[in-house]
Every structure is written in structure tokens, then in C-alpha cells.
Design a protein around this ligand. Structure first.
Ligand SMILES: [Ca+2]
Length: 263
């Protein structure tokens, strides 16, 4: 009898030990940066995600680790951009007299890559990398198509829904923050204005991308914009993985940006 009890006890102890000796399947999380995020920004926590999709320029899908960073809660608005213009003498954005685009809380549009970089430097920030942008847009949901899930409707962002441009309430850009944020607390990651990223664009980059904090090719002719705009009809342009290449000096009413910052 004692032998049976001993064997049973040994068996349960082994089971208990087995549970503790399992190898964790995730990297230990980084400690959160001390203190609250800077004003107007959210903390995007460190993590790993699957970048890309089965679309031609988003292959191969690959796993990427991103360290924690801060991201602007909203696209940079006319209000903030004009404060920069006033202080620095930087040229006004081309649509500052166009009533369809110039209210203080609409995203600034018509900015080049260089304008966006100059603003970011002035603000003590930087542009997000393409990988950071996609990771932030996904909001920790995994491999979902959009920042909120797999389906899109006029309730979720400012684009051109099946009912027409204004079916979501906005014919042109919407004031920032009019639609629900994603799980990281970021607004308008799909639609409204395309957002400049800091990387050069390369259609083949995903084949050679480092798996930790990639920052794009060393050289190139075009830069990356992300997220789609108020004029996107095809929902594929509004997806988290969608990439668009753009010459860095292009100024048009679909292109804006938001900034990132390293802790
Ligand atoms: Ca719309």
C-alpha cells in the first residue's frame, strides 16, 4: 500500500514539474518605458507580429519583432502643422486656403516626405518605419485585414464606401478621431489620409528584411505611404498590410502623416 501511495505521489509530482519546465512560447516582454506617453501619443508595446499579406508586394509574410515606441494618437492636423509653419517659416501647405481641407482638426495634406520629416524633427519626433506603422495599425489583433477586424463598412473609417464618398459622413478628409480607435488607441489608421513612413520603398524588401525592427532598404527612389485615404474605393488600400510607393516630393490632397518617437 505504501508503495502505491509513493508511486502515485511521484506521478503527480512529475506532472507538476512538467508544467513548470515548459518553454515559454513568447519572448519575455520588455519593461514598459517609465512614465506616461508624451502628450498626444500612445505607447505601442513591444511585440512580434506577422507582417505582410498574400498581395503581390506584401509577400512573403514574415515575422517581425518591434520594440516599444510611441505613436501619435492622430494624424498631424492643420492646427499642429500651422503652429510649426508659424514658428519656423516653413512653407504653408498647398491646401491651406481650400475650405474642403483646411479646418484646424482635419489632417494636414499636401505635405511632401521632406515636409513631414522636417515637421517631425521640429516636434522632437520622427516618422514611423513601415514595420512600426503596420504593427501599430494591427493593434495586436493578429492577422486581421483592417485595424478592427476582417470586415469594412462606412461606420469604421473615412473612405469611399459602396454607398458613395459621403456614406461614411465625409466627402473629403474628416476631422481626426471621428471613428473608433484600434486596440492600441490609435485613430484613423485606415482611411482619411495616406501616411508617410520613413522607409524607402522596395517591392522585394520583405524577402530580405531583418526580423527585428527593420527600417527598410538602404537606398531607393520612392518612399512608403500607408493606410489609404478618403478617396480609396478599393478596400484593399485600407488594409493594415497595404503599401503604396510615392515619390518623396509629391504633394497631393491624399497624403499626410503622423509621427513616432522612441522612448
Ligand atoms: Ca468618405
Amino acid at each position: 500500500m505504501k508503495l502505491i501511495i509513493f508511486l502515485l505521489l511521484s506521478f503527480f509530482m512529475l506532472i507538476g514539474c512538467g508544467g513548470k519546465s515548459e518553454i515559454p512560447d513568447q519572448l519575455p516582454s520588455e519593461p514598459a518605458p517609465p512614465g506616461p506617453p508624451p502628450a498626444g501619443m500612445v505607447l505601442v508595446p513591444a511585440g512580434t507580429f506577422v507582417m505582410g499579406s498574400d498581395e503581390e508586394d506584401q509577400q512573403p509574410q514574415h515575422t517581425v519583432y518591434i520594440k516599444a515606441f510611441y505613436m501619435d494618437t492622430y494624424e498631424v492636423t492643420n492646427r499642429h502643422y500651422m503652429a510649426f509653419v508659424k514658428e519656423t517659416g516653413h512653407p504653408k501647405p498647398p491646401f491651406y486656403k481650400d475650405d474642403d481641407f483646411n479646418t484646424p482638426d482635419q489632417p494636414v495634406v499636401g505635405v511632401t516626405y521632406y515636409d513631414a520629416m522636417t515637421y517631425a524633427h521640429w516636434a522632437g519626433k520622427r516618422l514611423p518605419t513601415e514595420a512600426e506603422w503596420e504593427y501599430a495599425a494591427r493593434g495586436g489583433l493578429g492577422n486581421k485585414k483592417y485595424p478592427w477586424g476582417d470586415e469594412i463598412s462606412a461606420k469604421q473609417c473615412n473612405y469611399v464606401p459602396s454607398g458613395g464618398k459621403e456614406a461614411d459622413g465625409y466627402e473629403y478628409t474628416a476631422p481626426v478621431g471621428k471613428f473608433a480607435p484600434n486596440a492600441f488607441g490609435l485613430y484613423d489608421m485606415a482611411g482619411n489620409a495616406w501616411e508617410w513612413c520613413q522607409d524607402f520603398y522596395s517591392i522585394t524588401y520583405y524577402s530580405v528584411s531583418p526580423d527585428s525592427n527593420p527600417f527598410g532598404p538602404d537606398s531607393g527612389y520612392t518612399r512608403v505611404v500607408r493606410g489609404g485615404s478618403y478617396l480609396s474605393i478599393n478596400p484593399k488600400y485600407l488594409s493594415c498590410a497595404s503599401r503604396l510607393e510615392l515619390k518623396p516630393f509629391v504633394q497631393d490632397r491624399y497624403y499626410g502623416f503622423r509621427c513616432a518617437q522612441s522612448p
